[in-house]
Design a protein around this ligand. Structure first.
Ligand SMILES: [Zn+2]
Length: 307
């Protein structure tokens, strides 16, 4: 699975790396802010992603992935569609559980799977009403139960689910994250500036500041995410939404792919200066609508010399 968007949670990521059989029922347990909703959304996207020929899902780009982010995928449903209330504090009662259960026996509309996300406390009757479904529901149906208190779930519910435990980000990684965020913002600003020098300056300074390769890898990763969100305009408060929306869609998609390639490079011992220089040059070419003149294998254009 592709889990870049999930902050921290290293052991959980290892658990979900590589090819995994996604469970049809799972409990995602962790405190507020630990990434429960992000993980749930990524799992849901993975189950409905329609991008062909991918090693790791979700792609985040296909129409299905985007619909999940926008909350309009017909086969990915939050429990509030059954409780009829948007108030997160409202408990799921038996009527909502029964409505959900009935819905689950109707085949998916367009995806291979049908995913139910339950991010509210369920009373005992509601939990009991879902037992058979969790145990022996239709193959296509998946149930993701989010909770900050797994003890509030009946033992009979828990025993039918795979448990994913999310943890809040450690303080250290948050500090580290601060400089990463700064770099990501600089790159996006440079990309939106419509000028070449800011891009090249970013590349040179990344090398001068001796940014470690692992950091650059995470910068590419976050940059990719920010660009994807710019594409879908998923986050209303996206800091660069308007600027990114002004870019032609096909170029934005090429930039997303470029950031992905950059991330992959970082896993293959490329030097930070080479990679950042390559990224600056290629992104400028993409912005100009020029074809790729830069070889992507091993021969990156140099910015600021060899390391
Ligand atoms: Zn997708």
């Amino acid at each position: 699975m592709r889990l870049d968007e999930l902050k921290g949670n290293r052991s959980l990521k290892r658990q979900l790396e590589g090819p995994v059989d996604l469970p049809h029922a799972c409990v995602i347990a962790g405190p507020e802010g630990s990434g429960r909703h992000t993980l749930a959304r990524l799992l849901a996207q993975t189950m409905v992603c329609t991008q062909e020929g991918l090693e790791a899902r979700p792609c985040g780009l296909c129409r299905s992935c985007q619909k999940v982010v926008e909350g309009i995928h017909p086969d990915v449903m939050w429990v509030e569609q059954f409780t009829g209330s948007e108030d997160k504090g409202v408990e799921v009662k038996i009527a909502a559980a029964r409505a959900l259960r009935q819905d689950a026996y109707i085949r998916p509309n367009e995806a291979r799977r049908k995913v139910y996300l339950i991010d509210r406390p369920m009373n005992v009757n509601a939990q009991n009403a879902l037992l058979k479904l969790l145990e022996d529901g239709p193959d296509y149906a998946a149930f993701l139960i989010l909770t900050d208190n797994p003890a509030s779930l009946l033992e009979t519910v828990r025993s039918r689910c795979v448990l994913f435990q999310t943890a809040p980000p450690e303080e250290e990684s948050e500090l580290q994250g601060e400089s990463e965020v700064r770099w990501v913002q600089r790159w996006v600003k440079a990309l939106c500036s419509g000028a070449e020098p800011p891009l090249m300056e970013c590349a040179v300074e990344l090398q001068q500041e001796k940014v470690p390769r692992e950091t650059l890898e995470r910068v590419y990763s976050s940059l990719r995410q920010l660009l994807v969100e710019g594409l879908t305009a998923a986050r209303r408060r996206h800091p660069f939404r308007e600027q990114l929306a002004a870019l032609p869609r096909d170029r934005l998609i090429q930039l997303i792919q470029l950031a992905e390639d950059g991330r992959n490079q970082c896993q293959r011992n490329v030097s930070v200066g080479h990679s950042a220089g390559w990224f600056a040059v290629r992104s400028w070419q993409i912005l100009l609508g020029e074809p790729n003149h830069v070889p992507t294998q091993n021969q990156y254009p140099m910015v600021g010399g060899m390391e």
